[in-house]
Design a binder for this molecule. Structure first.
Ligand SMILES: Cc1cc2nc3c(=O)[nH]c(=O)nc-3n(C[C@H](O)[C@H](O)[C@H](O)COP(=O)(O)O)c2cc1C
Length: 272
């Protein structure tokens, strides 16, 4: 039985889950979503496929949404999704179901895993090693259950009961609308002044290397966020900068950073 696990990961949480699941289902293959985004269509012959990705702004990240739209699923009989997130409710599974409905399919199972937050805006606190260990141990316990459900092709669409960051339901339901309005406006106003590298930047180019959308170009040894390329909001540039020099204006300057302890900048860059 062919099982394909497609993943998208800015700072390694979702990559870690994909790798751990692959260990438990050795006949499966993990494939980076970003590597396929330029294809017009994506054909899979796998009987079972899954998507593993972070929650961004209470919803599915835009590149993951575009990827699923391009999928041709003629041989697929079982589809699962796993999100990693800080703990808010989200619309990702209904977002996916809406896309799959056009292909005559729907999610058979879905799961939300709580992991360390990689969004260093506002009053961000870097997770301690103990906190990370606790997240990991719960993730491993959950994956023991999840892999059995996937192997047995069981239906599992339980209500999300591991929310640690509650948000008023009205905000969750309007999140896709807000995302569709504010993200393009943000892009239009221009992130030139929004993202920047402060004086600690040494010109090492790691931000360009990990930038999954290829928005960052090193010019004269400084990162430049190109206006005409859409950001994926993965925040790899912010979290992998060895000098913590990449900032979002007035939101991140005083805060620390988080990449997953087992995910190197090379691991993130390999998704391209
Ligand atoms: C731009 C951005 C927005 C986020 N929005 C949410 C959110 O709405 N709810 C939530 O629970 N976590 C949110 N997060 C946290 C991530 O979903 C979480 O840390 C995830 O595990 C990161 O996975 P990755 O390392 O594979 O990218 C957000 C992170 C970023 C960078």
């Amino acid at each position: 039985m062919r099982i394909e696990i497609y993943y998208f990961s800015g700072t390694g949480n979702s990559l870690h889950v994909a790798k751990e699941l692959q260990k438990q289902i050795p006949e499966s293959q993990i494939i980076p979503i970003v590597s396929l985004l330029d294809n017009k269509y994506i054909k899979t012959n796998a009987e079972t496929i899954g998507f593993i990705f972070p929650i961004h702004y209470m919803a599915i990240p835009t590149p993951v949404k575009f990827f699923i739209k391009k999928l041709k699923l003629d041989s697929t009989k079982y589809i699962f999704a796993i999100t990693t997130r800080l703990g808010s409710p989200h619309t990702a599974f209904t977002d996916i179901d809406k896309i799959l409905k056009n292909k005559g399919q729907c999610l058979d199972s879905h799961f939300s895993l709580t992991m360390a937050n990689n969004d260093p805006k506002y009053d961000y606190k870097v997770p301690t090693n103990d906190e990370i260990k606790k997240f990991e141990s719960v993730v491993h316990k959950n994956l023991d259950v999840i892999q059995k459900i996937i192997k047995n092709k069981e239906k599992s669409r339980e209500k999300d009961n591991s929310i640690t960051d509650p948000v008023p339901p009205i905000l969750v339901s309007i999140a896709p609308f807000l995302n569709s309005i504010f993200r393009p406006i943000g892009e239009f106003i221009g992130f030139k002044s929004h993202y920047y590298a402060d004086s600690k930047c040494t010109g090492c180019g790691i931000c360009e290397k990990v930038c999954l959308s290829k928005k960052i170009k090193m010019i004269n040894k400084k990162p430049v966020w190109q206006k005409n390329v859409k950001c994926f909001y993965c925040y790899a540039c912010i979290n992998y900068c060895p000098k913590e020099s990449v900032q979002i204006k007035s939101f991140t300057e005083k805060n620390g950073r988080y990449p997953h302890p087992y995910a190197t900048s090379d691991d993130i860059a390999k998704q391209k």
